[in-house]
Design a protein around this ligand. Structure first.
Ligand code: ZN
Length: 257
């Protein structure tokens, strides 16, 4: 039976204005990190790998100051996986929703996996224009020996698990749609939606390369969730949208099946 495990993998502190465009600028908030393990009879698929456990050494000083990472040893992705019975070598695929430092920081921990990233994202992360460069840290994803497969559009990883294009936050951002027996459809939005306010105010998230594409991607996800009476999980929020309304993840690993 296919399952989605929600893995809490640390947090950072940051300006609320980056989460909700031009609203609450100057207010520092805790921004949680989530990765996901999709346990499937055909393959183990990890979605996103959090910020590097070596962030102090690898992140540029300006980035570390602007978004300081907080990650206890017990919150490292490999440790969280171990607690639910998986080792990094058990991971067949890693889907990076995008290549910002806080979504691919520990790719190096999964040398046996194939990394699935949109082609546009690989191109922009590898040679970004100056205005999109700040959150890309090449050293954490451009690691010798890692196997990247570039995707051109929506891609079925295994039957029932599909990466869908949701650009706007970055040029090649993708989200993941998972079909589950009991919970129905679950959408792992990545950074296509940050928090409940983005949907309810509604207000765009504060960091984007294309506002119109961002709004269209948010709509794409909203349509899937509404039409399928689905569940929506957000990378940077402990709140999630269930068919019965907004709920809060409990501490530790939560599992949907
Ligand atoms: Zn991002």
């Amino acid at each position: 039976m296919r399952k989605v495990h929600v893995l809490p993998v640390g947090h950072e502190m940051g300006d609320k204005g980056g989460i909700t465009l031009l609203k609450d600028i100057g207010k520092t908030i805790e921004i949680p990190y989530h990765s996901y393990l999709i346990e499937d009879p055909e393959a183990n698929i990890l979605v996103d790998t959090s910020s590097s456990v070596r962030w102090k050494e690898l992140h540029p000083v300006a980035l570390s100051k602007f978004w300081p990472v907080h990650m206890k040893v017990s919150e490292r992705p490999n440790r969280v996986l171990e607690r639910i019975g998986f080792s990094p070598d058990d991971i067949d695929y890693v889907v990076n929703t995008h290549l910002h430092y806080d979504h691919c920081g520990n790719n190096a921990l999964f040398p046996k996996a194939t990394f699935l990233v949109q082609e546009d994202e690989l191109l922009h992360a590898s040679s970004p224009s100056w205005w999109e460069a700040f959150p890309y840290v090449k050293k954490v994803f451009d690691v010798a020996g890692l196997k990247y497969k570039s995707l051109k559009g929506d891609f079925q990883v295994v039957p029932g698990v599909t990466a869908i294009q949701t650009p706007g936050h970055t040029e090649g951002h993708q989200s993941v749609v998972v079909e589950l027996e009991r919970s129905g459809v679950v959408v792992l939005a990545g950074d296509a939606i940050y928090v409940r306010e983005n949907l309810e105010d509604p207000i765009l998230p504060g960091l984007y390369v294309d506002a119109r594409m961002y709004a269209e991607s948010m709509q794409r996800i909203k349509d899937i969730v509404k039409k399928r009476n689905g569940t929506l999980l957000l990378s940077h929020s402990r709140e999630y949208l269930s068919p019965k309304g907004w709920k809060k993840l409990r501490p530790g690993v939560s599992t949907f099946d």
